[in-house]
Ligand binder design. Sequence first.
Ligand code: M6R
Length: 606
Amino acid sequence: MCGIVGILGLKPVAPDLVDALRRLEYRGYDSAGIATVENGHLDRQRAEGKLRNLEARLHDAPLSGRTGIGHTRWATHGRPNETNAHPHMSKRVSVVHNGIIENFRELRTELQAKGHNFQSDTDTEAVVHLITEEMDKGLSPVDAVGAVLRKLRGAFALGIIFAGEDDLMIAARQGSPLALGHGLGEMYLGSDAIALAGLTDRITYLEEGDWAVMHRDSLQIYDIDAKLVDRPVTKMTDAARLVDKGNHRHFMAKEIHEQPEMISHTLANYLDMATQTVRLPDIGMDLSKLTRVTISACGTAYYAGLVAKYWIERYARLPVEIDIASELRYRNAPLPKDGLAVFVSQSGETADTLATLRYCKAQGQKIASVVNVRTSTIARESDVVLPTLAGPEIGVASTKAFTAQLAALAALALALGRARGAITQAEEQCLVRALMEVPRHISKMLQDESNYERMAHDLSKAKDVLYLGRGVNFPLALEGALKLKEISYIHAEGYAAGELKHGPIALIDENVPVVVVAPQDDLYEKTISNVQEVAARGGRIYLMSDAPAESTGCLLDEYIAMPKVHPFIQPLIYAIPVQLIAYHTAVFMGTDVDQPRNLAKSVTVE
Ligand code: M6R
């Protein structure tokens, strides 16, 4: 959830540390800080709030030093203020940390009993005191860290530097991702490769339990059993380097507009355009014998999985169980023989999703993952990876990753349908043709956003907003509500339209906008009955549909005319207005669209 960086450089590293932190700000932005080794001493600057506050600090009081670490924080323990900002340090050691040290309370109590004074409320500071204590006993920095790592429980990535050691940095990974970068006489570490994009394209990913002793011209990596191991150097993809807003005001806007291209790339990976059939990597099991698919994910990725449930049940006639990862991981659910478990994640690092994957693996499920970051832990631990080719997504609110996930999951549903004989070849071709039309429809829809600017004006006054949808479009109602609350801070809830009368209808009055996802499909009439129920109670209706506005028989506050498309691809198409409503409302309200409060892009803690 936080971002960490480190540089063993040939010149003062503070500017490059700040630059690398900027690429990691999507992971957290409550506070930021850097520490360097200067003339053998440790020094640091920290600031509450966004990175620009730290930059201002450094402008007034620069740090020199060719060895340094940096941190951008998403608070887990302790308020997001300067005292709790990283790096934490003693006279001897300075530490940046991403993740949670689960046993920090015990450690802290023990250390306090021995006379250690804590400055912050963080779990990280315990690591500083532990290393200092070991070094005070006479251990070398490397041996001290080795001893301390054995005492820590939880999920963490650490970057550590030492007073008097200008050519030493230690990195450790347990449960939180960590990439090391190789430069020319320089060495780097980062929470992900994107952080290092301005510095090098040669990356080594640490595995679970690894820790690394870094010098400018050498690197030793030890595994969890303290054995020296070799980890490959890989080349960072070009995509990882493309991280700027272009002509857009926000990353979110850029990412919404990239969807036609990113969906095309993703589809091209799975569709054979010539034969109009689906082409999936080998899942390593006979799909016709599959008994059940279990899908799990968090947030927006979960809603993509929910759409897939409808698709797989309908087009492959295969039972699908779906649950949010934070529930499934602790539910001790029995899983069937010959089952396929599918995990959906943009980052590939979400702690709950990863833990659920491990649970399902232990239960004998074949593991497939739909991930955007191919080098991520979830990708690496899967039997088969269905990559989404969305490129780096920086906006905290997921947009292009969602539609790319839908594209990959649509291909999976059709591949399952074909393998099980649930769809004929002609049906497969018809559905593939429909998918191939998606980028064109979305491009067209993105040409004019003036409607949304007007709606934003209206929605910004609402305290509560309801979203309704049915069938395969019900998850779009959930996604619409999540997107709106996430970036505009307006309370919103998504409901299956048929559920309205079982409770939520009590909320309807003339102050509650109800956004309805209502394509003209076989459920249209039912949804419109629900819309009439809202209208009868004075609710304000915002309808998105390909049916004429008059066909609802109600007075609509807003009508978003949608293209007529094959029902199979509706979720991909209706995702666009859902995103634009939230985006324009947030822009109108002046919130921090790309970095909304309290959130982080990659949730590597549970
Ligand atoms: O990286 P993941 O796809 O696993 O992340 C899952 C959720 O944290 C994520 O989708 C979150 O809900 C988004 N901020 C929603 O826009």
